[in-house]
Design a protein around this ligand. Structure first.
Ligand SMILES: Nc1ncnc2c1ncn2[C@@H]1O[C@H](COP(=O)(O)OP(=O)(O)OP(=O)(O)O)[C@@H](O)[C@H]1O
Length: 235
């Protein structure tokens, strides 16, 4: 499978602090990767480095064969890096529909298609972003990233802090995105058992380094690395 993303020898951090060291992995077109690890190991820093909002010390990030590691975040976004940050960053004073149309770029992900994926957003299309529940704001944040028609979607703990029923709804939408629509994605998640069934590959970070990489199915079948590096079972 052709590489959509190829990361080599990446080290990055903030100011003089090195958080990520010698990170290397590949992602094929249409593949989904789970990024796992305990608190503070550098998961968010990895996504932020792909987006371009940290300090990169060494290494390369190639998207579709083109080096993007030196480019500004907005240029990377224009080349197809879609980002749903942990803090969601929706426009609180704009309506749901305005949030989506403000960032829309031409491509298969039209407003209608986003509304088909998240019917709750369609029902609330005239409401302000601020009036939405936490789960609905997360759906809007994902919808906004989709409306930019990304080649690669980066999701930072999309289910964090949400009620179980909303988590189920979000996971069902993500399953559709990753399994049926075959959108390439990298998902940071604390709970391995939620995300491994819907991703192709997984990596585990510890202190800014990759300590395990494998197929997600292999990790589910043999959860030893989850026990060792996350202190949880895969179930
Ligand atoms: N803006 C920043 N400036 C300086 N250091 C930072 C900054 N953001 C994160 N760090 C440090 O980088 C390290 C990795 O943090 P990061 O948020 O990437 O971890 P994480 O695995 O995503 O953790 P969590 O699951 O708690 O979100 C931590 O030691 C953190 O204190």
């Amino acid at each position: 499978m052709a590489d959509l993303l190829s990361v080599e020898n990446l080290s990055a951090g903030y100011g003089r602090a090195v958080v990520l060291s010698d990170v290397a992995f590949r992602l094929g077109e249409g593949e989904a990767l789970a990024v796992l690890g305990r608190n503070g190991v550098g998961k968010t820093t990895l996504l932020d480095t792909l987006v371009g909002v940290t300090r990169r010390f060494t290494g390369s990030i190639a998207l579709g064969g083109r080096e993007v590691g030196t480019l500004a975040p907005e240029t990377r976004a224009g080349l197809g890096v879609g980002w749903v940050p942990q803090e969601r960053n929706i426009f609180r004073s704009l309506s749901v529909q305005e949030n989506l149309t403000a960032v829309a770029r031409p491509g298969p992900w039209t407003l209608d298609r986003v509304f088909r994926l998240f019917p709750r957003l369609k029902e609330r299309r005239q409401q302000s972003g601020a009036s939405l529940s936490g789960g609905e704001q997360q759906m809007l944040a994902i919808g906004r990233a989709l409306a930019t028609n990304p080649r690669l979607l980066l999701l930072d703990e999309p289910t964090e802090g949400l009620a179980p029923i909303i988590v189920q709804e979000l996971l069902a939408a993500l399953t559709r995105l990753l399994r049926e629509e075959k959108l390439a994605a990298i998902i940071v998640e604390q709970h391995a058992q939620k995300i491994l069934p819907i991703t192709d590959r997984a990596l585990i970070l510890e202190r800014g380094r990759i300590v395990h990489q494998s197929d997600s199915a292999a990790l589910l079948a043999d959860p030893m690395p989850l026990e060792r590096f996350l202190g949880v079972t895969g179930r």
